[in-house]
Ligand binder design. Structure first.
Ligand SMILES: [Zn+2]
Length: 91
């Protein structure tokens, strides 16, 4: 058993290919990329594998508040389950 946990998060990959990029301040073509964000929770290493669109011109991740919130929710729910597992509250 490893102490690293990996969770996938998918955002907006089905949305139109052209999106407004705040960095370019213009509509740009986008492509789907996957990258990992690392979090540590109660000494447990958590990897969130994020799939989202990025700006082809500048590489900016075109997330939104919804995506940020979903990541926070995911990390918090993982934190809760990790905490419960350590206390033996879940099977
Ligand atoms: Zn851009």
């Amino acid at each position: 058993m490893t102490d690293g946990l990996s969770y996938p998060c998918l955002f907006g990959t089905m949305t139109p290919v052209t999106r407004f990029c705040p960095k370019c301040e213009a509509h740009q073509n986008t492509r789907v990329e996957t990258w990992d964000e690392h979090y540590e929770c109660d000494k447990t290493f958590i990897v969130i594998s994020i799939t989202s669109r990025i700006c082809v011109a500048c590489g900016e991740a075109l997330g939104n508040d919804e995506m940020d919130q979903a990541i926070i929710d995911t990390v918090q729910s993982i934190a809760t389950s990790v905490g419960q597992r350590k206390k033996g509250l879940t099977p």
